[in-house]
Design a binder for this molecule. Structure first.
Ligand code: GLU
Length: 380
């Protein structure tokens, strides 16, 4: 059945296994199909954008390395070689259709540090205005654990709302999200539409211990949470369908559609999904009850404990007495200062610290309290 769609900007993510052959050489026909489909979209007035993997795999091929290197430096060398080769091939295929591509390599700091995020968004915006198709990957040659996004499903989930994409399509080796593992259960049914990601949906995700083992779905569902809450639809489709991209975008092909659910503002979205926390503060039971029931700030009097080393303006996790994360927010004080003022009244702050600071350690506007059933998945 055809769905009615009106998508104007579309981002697709394609994984390494769909881009390389068994010997890890580039699968050029797939790249041609992508560019052909992009041309068709462009002709229909729809702006495409690509998040591509494959850098490490292609680099391994060129450097004749058969197993994924455990050595970080060697893996990064593979990415440096592979990324350049990938772009060479993408450009070759794009030129057949008269398309211009531009490469963007990012890591987590490009989202976490707001100034960098603004620059990233500005660059992408200018590329779209000039009709350039962005080809995005993690900057694997320089990314280390502390600063990397880690996987391209999540990366695409972060980019989609940033560029104002109406739709993100994650191409995968299966048709979408099933209600059971289709490899083991012939009666497994494809879930064609998801209005809201909740526990009922999470139980179909393979990587969770209670899941039914559909495998590889966790990062895709995470990406769906990230982009649907910021106003983009997301689909999971089979990568064998890549040549039918325009038809997918027109609502004529099957997959799982996760519908947008603009539930949070951009500041909250940044705090939840784009920042890593530098520390933790633990609140007492009275403050916890208040935080869970209404929009309130965290005052020093309700803080029991502070952990981590962080400065003013850092994002920290808010924990309850049992160590459960109940929220995340921007701290107006360093860990050192909180250690001195916790348990005290706000009007004592200036005499303790020797300067006139804010009454709140985390202001209500800088704070997101997790609704367990929805954001719980992101709580470590
Ligand atoms: N950025 C990695 C690469 O290009 C792939 C990450 C992923 O597959 O999610 O090799």
């Amino acid at each position: 059945m055809k769905r009615q769609t009106n998508y104007k900007k579309v981002i697709i993510k394609i994984g390494s296994s769909s881009l390389v052959n068994d010997d890890l050489s580039i699968n050029q026909p797939v790249l041609i199909l992508i560019m052909q489909a992009f041309k068709k979209l462009s002709d229909e007035g729809i702006q495409p954008c690509l998040v591509t993997s494959g850098a490490i795999a292609v680099g391994m091929h060129d450097l004749q390395i058969s197993e994924k290197p455990k050595n970080m430096g060697l893996k990064q060398a593979c990415a440096a070689v592979g990324q350049a080769k990938l772009m060479e091939y993408y450009n070759k295929c794009a030129s057949i259709y008269g398309l211009t591509l531009g490469q963007i390599l990012v890591n987590h700091d490009d989202f976490q540090i707001r100034k960098r995020m603004t620059h990233l968004s500005d660059t992408l915006d200018n590329m779209f205005k000039k009709g350039i198709i962005p080809v995005i990957n993690e900057n694997d040659a320089l990314s280390v654990d502390e600063i990397k996004v880690g996987d391209n499903d999540t990366l695409a989930g972060l980019i989609a709302p940033m560029i104002g994409a109406d739709l993100l399509i994650l191409f995968s080796d299966i048709d979408g999200l099933y209600d059971a593992d289709p490899k083991k259960n012939p009666d497994a049914k494809l879930i064609e539409e998801v209005d809201r990601i909740d526990q009922n949906i999470l139980k179909f995700v393979g990587d969770t211990s209670s899941g039914v083992g559909t495998g590889g779905m966790k990062t895709k569902i995470d990406a769906a949470v990230i982009c649907t809450t910021a106003g983009s639809d997301m689909m999971i489709c089979n990568s064998a369908e890549i040549g039918n991209l325009a038809e997918i975008v027109a609502g004529e092909r099957k997959g799982t559609l996760f519908k947008r659910s603009k539930g949070i503002n951009s500041r909250e979205h940044w705090i939840i999904f784009k920042t890593n926390s530098s520390g933790e503060i633990t609140v007492d039971d009275g403050l916890k009850t208040a935080l869970l029931s209404k929009k309130v700030s965290i005052l020093p009097s309700g803080i029991k404990k502070v952990e981590g080393t962080f400065g003013k303006g850092s994002v920290v996790e808010v924990k309850d007495g049992e160590g459960k994360t109940i929220g995340k927010g921007i701290s107006a004080y360093s860990d050192f200062e909180i250690d001195k003022i916790m348990g005290k009244k706000s009007d004592e702050i200036s005499s303790i610290l020797g300067y006139e600071g804010k009454s709140e350690v985390i202001h209500a506007n800088d704070l997101v309290i997790f609704k367990e059933e929805f954001y719980g998945r992101f709580v470590k």
